[in-house]
Design a binder for this molecule. Structure first.
Ligand code: TZP
Ligand code: MG
Length: 239
């Protein structure tokens, strides 16, 4: 399992949304299946409204289709649901169960991700053993309206720079950014995050981008996903 964790590809991280505004009247499982066919590399089930029983049964379905594609599947917020389903891990926000407690419950083999918006939050998440950091919010987004911290490109660059220059553990943690990322801005975001500047000549690379509406709300989620993958994997012009 430890071994599995080190092989996770974070490059196109799908976070689901079951709301009418984004999913519409479509079936979440069908949309996630299309995204898997299009090439998402990890899936997080994020559902803030379903009751626990519904969460567990949807999570079981989603986990089985992700397993069929050999793609890791994690649950937002709910360590109990992740444990019940036996999926690959959880994603925890600042107000959720602590990483240390989640690790005690789920064990070393599970993926534990944490949302961070500052260097201090990143420092603490790494110290507590997070496997990856969801860094954001990059841009304001209708998908999550209560984001308190819109940190922009510069905020993300500062956190990446801190991670890159502090310790073996901060260097090793995986990183994805989130918030308002779509096909029209993905490549520019990647270049702006990674472009050398005098204050941070060689920024740590970002391991991936996390998106919700750019895939879940797309008219054709499979095509949208393969397009995003292409945009993320195209090397920047200075390479
Ligand atoms: N955390 C920070 S922003 C966000 C989450 C879950 C939502 C991102 O959604 P979108 O549609 O990709 O902007
Ligand atoms: Mg949360």
């Amino acid at each position: 399992m430890e071994n599995m964790k080190s092989k996770v590809d974070y490059s196109l991280y799908l976070v689901t949304d079951s709301t009418e505004a984004i999913l519409g009247s479509r079936d979440l499982l069908g949309v996630v299946e299309q995204a898997l066919l299009g090439g998402v590399t990890i899936v997080q089930y994020r559902d803030k409204t379903s009751d626990t029983g519904t969460l567990i049964s949807i999570a079981r379905f989603l986990h089985s289709i992700c397993k069929a594609h050999n793609i890791p599947f994690v649950i937002n917020d709910r360590v109990d649901v992740a444990l019940a389903v036996g999926c690959e891990g959880v994603h925890l926000g600042q107000d959720d169960m602590s990483i240390v407690d989640a690790r005690r419950i789920l064990g070393d083999g599970s993926i534990i991700g944490a949302t961070v918006s500052s260097i201090e939050e990143a420092r603490i998440a790494v110290e507590r053993g997070a496997d990856y950091l969801g860094i954001g919010t990059l841009y304001a987004t209708n998908t999550k309206k209560n984001t308190k911290d819109i940190i922009g490109i510069n905020g993300i660059r500062k956190i990446l720079h801190y991670l890159d220059t502090t310790s073996a553990a901060t260097k090793a943690v995986k990183t994805v950014c989130i918030g308002g990322i779509n096909a029209s801005n993905l490549q520019r975001i990647k270049y702006q995050l990674l472009a050398p500047t005098p204050s941070s000549p060689e920024p740590k690379t970002i391991d991936g981008v996390a998106v919700v509406s750019a895939i879940i709300g797309a008219p054709d989620p499979k095509t949208a996903t393969s397009h995003l993958t292409k945009l993320f994997t195209t090397p920047p012009p200075w390479k």
